[in-house]
Design a protein around this ligand. Structure first.
Ligand SMILES: [Zn+2]
Length: 849
């Protein structure tokens, strides 16, 4: 029997949470693999949950062909819908057995069990396990899994320990979203790690035969991650085996399945010839992130998906600590804030704004957002700042001890820190429950040796939340004197009220304040600061983040005046840049970050916040003019910087070498504006690593002299999917002015373009969305093209289509013509036949702005 599916998508609320009626002790699964007719046999030991009187027996299940279902060996008389199965179950422990059939090769949504280039793999977070078999697919049902895999493939992997012959046993109870299976003709890069208690763990990275030479860096990053988590958090690995598998077709970056991490090949495969320095850093961070989930996510998981930040915010925070320790803390912090502003602030200021812990959703896949991840990590950082390092690690220890093996909530997490500090964290919890980026304005006063900073906080309304209570905001402040000496070391001002003043006494003269050092709180700081003060802080601030921030504020102000007043490029700014370039005490990576101009999207938001309707074309031309002026102002210095930053000897992806390449390539990009591309062509032709080759190609494309280099690049790398992704992206990213839509459209006709590989789709359309002037081309062709392709992609892969629709989230920022064309594009998507729930929820929310 088959009921009709519900007419409208169902909105789910945090406040409706109820415990599961039945718990699961053990699960035995047998997979008889076949591309179009895999049989999955399950034997599940249920028992009634003593914490509830509810005895509704309901199992999730989607796109399954039910062959049989029994309870204690008798026909279960199961009733099946498109979403699940119900039956009458006893009020006592029982065994449920089922056999279902699924078709991995036609599963293009890449959720559940699917095939990627002939290899079987799974993605179950958040709700993919229900596409494998009938099960209570919710994170608060944790069970011990045993798995048998039958098939011709030479390698058959699942979670936990290898019992041989395709049989696996995971002794740690886990929710179904952490289940994984891989089968294919794979080869491994093996190693071992000895844990702090002396246990030897076998490690493997599994890849296709041609990729074995790209595993060494990932393996090294894994071992460093394991050692770091022991040293910093006291967390030891808990199985005899840890496997990583590289998969080409994957919706996410990677997945932390217990003992069997599955990675997008772009997030694990690395070699100097094919990977840039940025790739190496990202791979190291993602390997660390997934490994750290073993404790923050797997041993302690989320009670329900509203608590996603419990594992993600914390684990992003932990991986950022790891990268800071392994590389440069200042550079990592600046990079994180650039990304936070580009993605999370943008989200928090638009129609998709939601709290770090959302209160409702239609499709949970749409809440794997910058807010849950990156703002979630900022919240952990603020907690550590407010209570101090000792109390932070004590609270974490308590959390690990008290909640090991449990599915938890944000309340459980915060209670551990309240207990170790005696501090009430009720106001701090608002960071989890209130959406929107706080605006904090600051006024200074000076009288009789006392300097007063008065902070006023305000968080604008967001969808469903009109009024906000004041949050506790830790603002790090330091003071400098006119000579540039630090006269007040960094002090944390805890802003707790709407208006809150702090006094600094016993000063000889009016100081210069450095506020929100290290970006201690994820706020928009509104400060009346002239460009002289900014240039002073850029030259003198002892806090490296705020030193960079002063330069960024200066650049933003210069660009805004160029856009709104047709001002000439500001000489004071050019002088300040020259001083940074000549300062040999500064880290080259830091200099490269000071020289990167705010993005087109960043300037558009700043203009909008200032009451000006942004014109993406004009912003693009301004950035060009300013870059040209910087190149001319530095023309005597650039060749020397370029020469000094050349790295000799064998390639190393370490922070020092990468920093030199970054700064050298900033110089190259500016030089290319002066020399017609001569130096860039030389670098392109002689490069022995991807960072140098791709930077040279970028410089040539930006200067519109890169056509030959682009052809040569394709010919050299056409067999390497990951490098060809870069080739697709570069052409769209560096397309001039409003040419990007035409370039992207032409690329969709290229034989290497495909809808089945999310990396390829993101390469073209992620680059289009990121090219502000191109996407917002005045004729609307960028909007129309993206709408066409989102509709096409949605039919195959709703998750990725929904995520890419955020390109439209800033639509209300622009002029009436552009708004109208974007609204038309969104309405057209919404009206497409058979639109997925994923994409439908997103366009509906965006349109409700
Ligand atoms: Zn994660």
């Amino acid at each position: 029997m088959k009921d009709a599916s519900p007419a409208a998508p169902l909105e789910i609320f945090l406040s409706d949470y109820t415990p599961p009626a039945y718990l699961v002790d053990t699960v035995e699964l047998t997979f008889k693999l076949h591309p179009t007719a895999t049989r999955v046999l399950s034997r599940i030991a249920f028992r009634p949950n003593p914490d509830t009187a509810d005895r509704t027996f309901y199992l999730h299940g989607e796109q399954l062909k039910l062959i049989s279902a029994t309870i204690d060996g008798q026909d279960a008389n199961a009733k099946v819908t498109d979403l699940g199965l119900t039956a009458i179950a006893p009020d006592a422990p029982f065994i449920f057995e089922a056999e279902v059939e699924i078709s991995p090769s036609t599963n293009t949504a890449l959720e559940g069990l699917y095939m990627s280039n002939g290899m079987y793999c799974t993605q179950c977070e958040a709700e993919g396990f229900r596409k494998i078999t009938y099960y209570p697919d919710r994170p608060d049902v944790m069970a011990v899994f045993s798995v048998t895999i039958e098939g011709e493939e030479t390698v058959k992997l699942s979670n936990g320990n290898d019992l041989g012959d395709g049989k696996w046993h995971d002794p740690w109870p886990k929710p179904a979203y952490l289940f994984a299976l891989v089968a294919g003709d794979l080869v491994n890069h093996p190693d071992t790690f000895t844990t702090m208690s002396g246990k030897e763990v076998e490690l493997n990275i599994w890849v296709r035969p041609g990729d074995l030479n790209k595993c060494a860096f990932g393996m090294d990053a894994l071992k460093r991650s394991m050692a770091w988590d022991e040293k910093v958090y006291g967390r030891e690995y808990d199985l005899d085996l840890f496997n990583i598998v590289a998969v080409d077709d994957f919706n996410m970056g990677a997945m932390e399945n217990k003992g069997l991490n599955i990675f997008n090949s772009s997030a694990v495969l690395a070699s100097p010839e094919t990977s840039t320095d940025a790739n190496f850093e990202r791979i190291e961070a993602i390997i660390a992130h997934e490994y750290f989930h073993n404790w923050t996510g797997n041993r302690i998981t989320c009670r329900d998906w509203f608590q996603l930040c419990l594992k993600e915010g914390l684990t992003v925070y932990r991986d950022s600590q790891f990268t800071s320790d392994e590389r440069s803390p200042a550079v990592k912090r600046i990079e994180d804030v650039i990304a936070l502003r580009a993605r999370q602030f943008r989200e928090d200021n638009g129609p998709l704004a939601h709290p770090v812990r959302p209160t409702s959703f239609v499709e949970i896949n749409n809440f794997y957002t910058a807010t849950v991840y990156e703002k979630g990590a900022e919240v952990i950082g603020m907690l550590k700042t407010l209570i101090g390092d000792d109390a932070y690690y004590k609270g974490c220890d308590l959390y690990f001890t008290r909640h090991d093996g449990q599915a938890c909530t944000i309340e459980d997490w915060l209670a551990c820190f309240e207990e170790v500090t005696g501090r009430d964290l009720a106001q701090f919890k608002l960071w989890y429950t209130q959406a929107g980026t706080p605006r904090v304005s600051v006024k200074e006063a000076w009288k009789d040796g006392t300097y007063t900073l008065t902070f006023t906080q305000h968080t604008p309304p967001t969808p469903g939340q009109d009024v906000k209570d004041p949050k506790v905001i830790p603002i790090a402040v330091g003071l400098l004197n006119e000579a540039g000496e630090e006269i007040q070391a960094t002090r944390i001002c805890e802003v707790t009220d709407d208006v809150h003043a702090f006094r600094f006494t016993g000063l000889d003269a009016l100081p210069i304040a450095s506020i929100n050092r290290g970006f201690s709180a994820p706020i928009i700081l509104q400060q009346d600061q002239d460009n002289l003060t900014r240039a002073f802080l850029l030259a003198n601030d002892t806090d490296p983040f705020n030193k960079w921030e002063a330069g960024r504020a200066l650049a933003r102000d210069v660009m805004i005046r160029m856009v709104t007043e047709d001002a000439a490029p500001d000489q004071a700014y050019l002088d300040a840049l020259l001083a940074v370039a000549r300062d040999d005490t500064l880290d080259p990576a830091f200099k490269a970050l000071v020289f990167s101009l705010p993005s087109g999207d960043d300037i558009a938001q700043a203009l909008f916040d200032g009451g000006v309707t942004p014109d993406p074309t004009k912003i693009y031309l301004t950035a060009q003019t300013l870059s040209q002026s910087i190149a001319q102002a530095m023309q005597d210095t650039l060749p020397r910087i370029y020469a000094q930053m050349q790295v000799d000897g064998p390639f190393s992806p370490d922070a020092d070498a990468a920093g030199k390449r970054a700064w050298g390539n900033v110089a190259l990009s500016l030089l290319t504006r002066l020399d017609g591309g001569a130096q860039a062509r030389t670098q392109f032709e002689g490069a022995d690593n991807m960072t140098q080759q791709l930077s040279a190609l970028g410089a040539l494309l930006r200067a519109e002299v890169g056509e030959d280099a682009s052809k040569a690049f394709y010919a050299q790398w056409k067999e390497d999917r990951l490098v060809i992704d870069k080739w697709f992206a570069m052409q769209v990213s560096f397309a001039k002015l409003d040419a990007a839509p035409a370039v992207a459209e032409a690329l969709t006709a290229h034989p290497d373009f495909t809808l089945t590989n999310p990396n390829r789709f993101r390469a073209v359309f992620g680059a289009l969305a990121g090219n502000t002037a191109g996407f917002h081309s005045p004729d609307g062709s960028g909007y129309a093209l993206l709408a066409d392709w989102l509709i096409k992609l949605d039919a195959k892969n709703p998750q990725t289509a929904a995520r890419m629709s955020t390109a439209f989230e800033t639509w209300t920022r622009y002029d009436a013509d552009r708004q109208g064309m974007m609204r038309d594009a969104l309405e057209r998507i919404k009206a497409a036949p058979n639109l997925s729930g994923d994409l439908s929820e997103m366009v509906t929310r965006i349109l409700n702005a």
